[in-house]
Design a binder for this molecule. Structure first.
Ligand code: EPZ
Length: 429
């Protein structure tokens, strides 16, 4: 298995191109199931999760072609996928595929809405928590689906199509909002989705669905209206830039010091995280090119943070921020409110010399003067990248194992960091 070797201590200086957002690309690819016509997606990141979803969609009969690279093309430019779901040959999403990537469960809504039947494996638990799917199922039931659980599979039927309804989520869920949006787009009549997720990835999905002919208003607010249409059509859409990748490299720069331009990043997508970074001592400037991050002379200052649905501080940046706080001048408290088990990085950061103790859903981080390199590993991708960030600021060598987690969500991580002066390399094995 590949490893990443980092020798810490270098400042980051230069430009990091920001890729298309993984968590927008995945639901957009799944939205292709809603139409017989071609969906063209641009700026799709080259990630293991995207490749796996290509396989999963292929299993349903979806044909996906990827543009090849030509000499002289920007090596960091996203790929363009032409997705053709004209013929659906199989409405079953099997356990061995869904269990490898939770987001593939989201094929349920579009398959049901377009074909009237779907059988999708329950995804099971995962490293960051139990992650149930009850909100997805309740939303589809509200739209008139008949749903049973049989031998670990969700078996859903809507022989006469789905019917518009009022869907009220008890708690904000990104995935369940995607499910409700895609299903309601092809339902008969009007739907209203209340307590909807406001994440930019939901807005990106809604924007693409609107290009495909859906009638949706209010995406980005807590209440979304959908007027169902009989069919959706071909469209072309560019995936929005990855706000989590942006925040991750901003935190890496704040931690190592230096001066980095995050090219193509959109500051409006991560205001809460940028605010927190400013309080922690980073200088952040929005320019036409992207976001410029520097650290001011004061060093890293402690800041308390509580994760929350958008526009709050994202849970997907919690681990990275904790890495930054390990070297702050004082104590900080980081509270995780979205997933109950998302502190797997704490023990690994401790191996680098961090002082962190857990009080229920809060990690109390006592800033230390120095971290020292060590072999580490993590069980999810954001936790893994937090170890990379800590390694960049640690003295000596850090070896990050289980690199496949990083490959799921960070495109060309080593290249992007090493061109800014980091000593980081992949060791194949
Ligand atoms: C999305 O997961 C993201 N994944 C996650 O990113 C992200 O951490 C999460 O949203 C929160 O922002 C993708 O977009 C592919 P949720 P999702 O439904 O949609 C509970 C990463 O690292 N819940 O918003 O699965 C759930 O347990 C990943 O890129 C139910 O109780 O998350 C959690 O406590 C990890 N029942 C809360 O809601 C349900 O039916 C929010 O989860 C659904 C969710």
């Amino acid at each position: 298995m590949d490893k990443i070797r980092i020798v810490g201590g270098n400042e980051l200086k230069g430009t990091i191109p920001i890729s298309g957002a993984k968590n927008a690309a995945l639901p957009l690819m799944i939205a292709s199931l809603l139409t017989e016509e071609k969906l063209i997606l641009e700026n799709v990141p080259r990630l293991a999760d995207v490749a796996l979803l290509q396989r999963i969609l292929g299993n349903h009969g979806v044909d996906i072609t990827t543009n090849g690279k030509r000499n002289g093309d920007d090596p960091y430019a996203g790929q363009t996928l032409e997705i053709d779901a004209r013929v659906i040959v199989d409405t079953t999403a099997p356990y061995d595929l869904v269990s490898r990537m939770r987001a593939s469960f989201w094929v349920l809504g579009p398959l049901l809405a377009r074909i009237g039947v779907a059988k999708v494996s329950l995804p099971g638990g995962c490293a960051i928590g139990t992650r149930p799917v009850d909100f997805h199922l309740d939303a589809l039931r509200a739209l008139g689906a008949d749903i049973e659980i049989d031998a670990g599979y969700v078996v859903a039927k809507a022989p006469n199509g789905l019917k518009g309804a009022r869907i009220v989520f008890p708690k904000v869920s990104v995935g369940a909002t995607h499910t409700a949006l895609m299903a309601a787009a092809l339902a008969r009549g009007d739907s209203i989705i209340e307590n909807a997720a406001r994440e930019p990835e939901v807005v990106d999905l809604a924007d693409c669905l609107i290009k495909m002919g859906a009638r949706i208003s209010g995406a980005g607010s807590s209440t979304i209206h959908v007027e169902g249409v009989a069919r959706l059509k071909a469209a072309r859409h560019a995936v929005l830039p990855d706000r989590i990748e942006t925040g991750t490299y901003a935190m890496a720069t704040a931690m190592t010091g230096g001066d980095v331009m995050l090219a193509g990043a959109r500051p409006d997508l991560l205001e809460s995280a940028l605010d927190v970074l400013r309080q922690a001592g980073a200088e952040i400037d929005a320019t036409n090119e992207g976001i410029r991050v520097r650290r001011n002379g004061a060093g890293i200052l402690p800041v308390d943070v509580t994760t929350a649905p958008y526009p709050g501080f994202p849970t997907d940046l919690q681990a990275q921020f904790m890495a930054l706080m390990t070297k702050a001048k004082g104590n900080s408290r980081i509270t995780e409110t979205i997933f109950e088990n998302r502190f797997m990085h704490v023990q690994e950061l401790a191996r680098l010399g961090a002082r962190i103790h857990l009080e229920g859903d809060t990690a109390v981080v006592e800033g230390v003067e120095r971290l020292t390199g060590a072999p580490v590993m993590a069980t999810d991708l954001r936790a893994s990248v937090s170890l990379v960030i800590a390694g960049l600021a640690a003295e000596g060598e850090t070896m990050v194992q289980r690199v496949y987690h990083l490959d799921r969500g960070f495109e060309k991580l080593e290249e992007k960091l090493s061109r800014c002066g980091a000593q980081i390399e992949r060791i194949s094995g």
